[in-house]
Design a protein around this ligand. Sequence first.
Ligand SMILES: [Zn+2]
Length: 143
Amino acid sequence: MPELRRHERQERRLMWFKVDDKFAMHPKAMAAGNAALGLWVRAGSWSAAHLTDGRIPAELLGALGGNQAAANRLVKAKLWEVEPGGYQFRDWSDYQPIAEDVKAAEAAEKDGGSWGNHVRWHTRKNVYNDHCKHCRAGQEATA
Ligand SMILES: [Zn+2]
C-alpha cells in the first residue's frame, strides 16, 4: 500500500522518544542493564510513534527484540509497570509528549497550513472557493 504510506507520512509528524541526560547513570538504568534497556528504548520509540502514552502490549515484546525476562527486569527496575495485557512506562507524561498534546499540535499545524493557503490563494486573489472552510466561514460571517 505505497499510496497509504505516502499519505501517512504527510499526515503524521515525526515523533521522538526522549531519554534524558541523567538516565545514563540513573539507578533504574543501572538496575535494568543494557539488554533490557534495548527493549525499553525500542518500546518507547514504538509507543511514541503509535501515541499509546507508554502502553506496550505484551504480545509486542518479541517484535521489539525483547522477551519476558527483559520485561521483568524493567518492571523490577521500576521503569515499567505491569498492566492488563501488557506494560506501562512509569512517569511517561513527565518525560514524553502525551498523545492528546501531539494530536492538538498536529491539528493546529494542519489548520495553520489551510489558513495560509486560504489567505494566499483566496483572500489575496479575491477568490471564493466552496471547498475551502475558511472561505465558507467568511461567507457565513458576512451573510
Ligand atoms: Zn479560502
